[in-house]
Design a protein around this ligand. Structure first.
Ligand SMILES: *[C@@H]1O[C@H](CO)[C@@H](O)[C@H](O)[C@H]1NC(C)=O
Ligand SMILES: *[C@@H]1O[C@H](CO)[C@@H](O)[C@H](O)[C@H]1NC(C)=O
Ligand SMILES: *[C@@H]1O[C@H](CO)[C@@H](O)[C@H](O)[C@H]1NC(C)=O
Ligand SMILES: *[C@@H]1O[C@H](CO)[C@@H](O)[C@H](O)[C@H]1NC(C)=O
Ligand SMILES: *[C@@H]1O[C@H](CO)[C@@H](O)[C@H](O)[C@H]1NC(C)=O
Ligand SMILES: *[C@@H]1O[C@H](CO)[C@@H](O)[C@H](O)[C@H]1NC(C)=O
Ligand SMILES: *[C@@H]1O[C@H](CO)[C@@H](O)[C@H](O)[C@H]1NC(C)=O
Ligand SMILES: *[C@@H]1O[C@H](CO)[C@@H](O)[C@H](O)[C@H]1NC(C)=O
Ligand SMILES: *[C@@H]1O[C@H](CO)[C@@H](O)[C@H](O)[C@H]1NC(C)=O
Ligand SMILES: *[C@@H]1O[C@H](CO)[C@@H](O)[C@H](O)[C@H]1NC(C)=O
Ligand SMILES: *[C@@H]1O[C@H](CO)[C@@H](O)[C@H](O)[C@H]1NC(C)=O
Ligand SMILES: *[C@@H]1O[C@H](CO)[C@@H](O)[C@H](O)[C@H]1NC(C)=O
Length: 391
């Protein structure tokens, strides 16, 4: 009897486990679409059909400062970085934010205090059948029936994914839109920084980078196939122009998304490539200088009269220690702004970031420094003379 009862017990426990397992699997089954009436909580996410991208809540920059963004997912790493962020200017605190679609068809982010941010600036929905779908391209698309109300590809930050259009729109209306990439202040500070990347408004069919509005780099004129100073054959660019729109877009030659373009904080164009096992590799092209040999040319770089000191002054990166800095605590400034300010001032011999997160500036007129691995900064025409011992 006792044996029988124990068997029954096991049966019951086993069926319970099966039911739990089933619920778990159902619960973990990721969806790519959020519809009216559904909410996405902090621990939930949308996943594109082939698991290439996720829309999720995360704190990738500063602990406890929460963003809703789209991440490229990777088999080995949890995710790389946000390729798009919904609430860059209005981060959430805490983990109780929710995303939902209101009946009038807007994507709305709500924090624990009930303060909400409308992410989509779309037209009102024509039906209540509104849904937001995350695609394998990395595009989050809000639709009402067949009509696209809003899509994340129209609101880029520093990342240009294949299929995104960068250029000018609504030119035949009173309010043309210049759709640009904007660099972050630094990798840790995701607020709009020093550089913008877009198309030349003079209609010369080329890509241009501006540093605080001043021409910094251009790609060379599009010849129908490629650009002179942007020779990455992996990117198949195309140009479109009509009376209202003028833009560039690109595709990647292989089927899978494996590469994209970012506007870096120090004026670098960053090419992100996924290796076959979806690990990222980075190539940074600075204006005229790169960490890889495939592109080593000063062509395409604007010559700007920045210095009233000797022309040809360069700033070299060095590790060191200095105790006589003048700090500029403006955390909208990135390292390229610091260089600009220092190079214009002949008594400025060195510059660096004011904070460890790469924002703000500091300057020095000191000509000698103490060697140390403590921090990294940049010195004019740097010939490093170490005084004293390493710390
Ligand atoms: C979406 O969130 C707002 C704000 O929290 C709330 O008023 C609304 O009822 C929610 N809608 C749905 C469909 O859950
Ligand atoms: C949505 O629309 C359907 C028909 O179009 C209607 O029956 C339903 O009540 C609507 N739901 C809401 C919440 O408005
Ligand atoms: C809602 O829209 C989707 C496409 O976005 C469509 O497949 C579906 O049939 C629509 N449902 C209704 C009830 O209109
Ligand atoms: C960067 O560091 C500065 C100084 O430490 C701080 O005031 C600022 O809030 C930080 N910014 C971010 C986004 O962490
Ligand atoms: C476009 O034209 C303006 C005015 O002529 C000029 O200042 C600017 O440098 C030009 N842009 C490019 C990319 O050549
Ligand atoms: C650009 O395209 C032309 C014509 O197809 C080709 O001859 C040239 O090698 C290409 N240049 C680069 C840098 O890819
Ligand atoms: C320009 O092309 C776009 C498609 O990219 C189209 O929606 C728009 O109506 C066209 N505008 C004009 C004025 O032809
Ligand atoms: C480049 O893209 C165009 C259309 O956007 C396509 O017709 C062409 O075949 C592509 N070229 C390559 C080499 O993939
Ligand atoms: C594309 O991705 C699939 C699945 O991840 C993989 O099997 C295939 O080899 C990839 N193709 C290329 C050209 O990388
Ligand atoms: C180098 O270190 C010495 C001893 O700590 C100090 O007196 C001197 O001011 C330092 N020099 C600089 C440039 O920081
Ligand atoms: C900080 O720097 C930004 C970018 O140059 C500038 O727009 C802003 O006015 C500066 N803020 C202050 C307080 O000087
Ligand atoms: C130039 O730089 C020096 C050294 O950092 C500083 O003391 C001085 O105030 C700066 N001058 C101007 C006009 O900014």
């Amino acid at each position: 009897m006792a044996r029988m009862r124990r068997k029954e017990y096991f049966k019951v426990i086993l069926s319970c486990l099966v039911v739990f397992w089933f619920i778990c699997i159902q619960g973990l089954h990721a969806v790519d679409t959020l519809t009216v009436g559904q909410t996405m909580r902090d621990w939930e996410f949308l996943e594109s059909p082939n698991k290439l991208f996720r829309l999720l809540f995360s704190s990738p920059y500063v602990a406890n400062v929460r963003y809703l963004g789209i991440q490229y997912m990777n088999d080995r790493l949890a995710g790389i970085k946000f390729v798009w962020v919904a609430n860059i200017r209005i981060p959430l605190t805490g983990t109780s934010g929710i995303l939902n679609i209101t009946v009038d068809g807007n994507l709305v982010l709500t924090d624990s205090n009930g303060i909400f941010v409308t992410i989509s600036a779309g037209q009102p929905a024509i039906s209540n059948n509104t849904s937001a779908t995350l695609h394998d391209s990395g595009n989050l698309v809000l639709r009402s029936g067949e009509r696209i109300l809003w899509q994340s590809f129209d609101y880029p930050f520093d990342t240009w994914l294949p299929g995104m259009k960068i250029g000018m729109f609504d030119l035949n209306t009173g309010q043309p839109q210049h759709r640009l990439l904007t660099s972050f202040v630094s990798q840790q500070v995701p607020t709009p920084g020093t550089f913008t990347f877009g198309v030349d408004p003079n209609n010369t069919k080329q890509l241009v980078i501006w540093q605080r509005g001043i021409l910094y780099w251009w790609s060379g004129i599009w010849n129908g196939y490629n650009f002179s100073y942007f020779p990455y054959s992996k990117f198949n660019f195309s140009y479109f122009s009509n009376a209202s729109d003028s833009y560039f877009t690109y595709t990647i030659n292989d089927n899978n998304l494996s590469s994209w373009i970012e506007m870096g904080s120090s004026g670098n164009i960053r090419i992100v490539e996924m290796t076959s096992d979806r690990l990222p590799s980075f190539t940074d092209t600075y204006c005229g200088v790169t960490d890889k040999l495939e592109y080593r040319s000063a062509a395409g770089c604007a010559v700007i009269e920045t210095s009233n000191c000797k022309s040809g002054d360069v700033f070299n990166q060095t590790p060191g220690q200095m105790n006589s800095w003048n700090f500029l605590y403006n955390f909208s400034l990135g390292i390229a702004d610091c260089k600009e300010i220092c190079s214009r001032n002949c008594s400025c011999n060195a510059y660096g970031s004011a904070s460890s997160n790469g924002s703000g500036c500091k300057f020095s007129d000191v000509q000698r420094l103490n060697f140390s691995e403590e921090e990294v900064f940049y010195i004019r025409n740097g010939r490093v003379e170490a005084t004293g011992k390493p710390y």
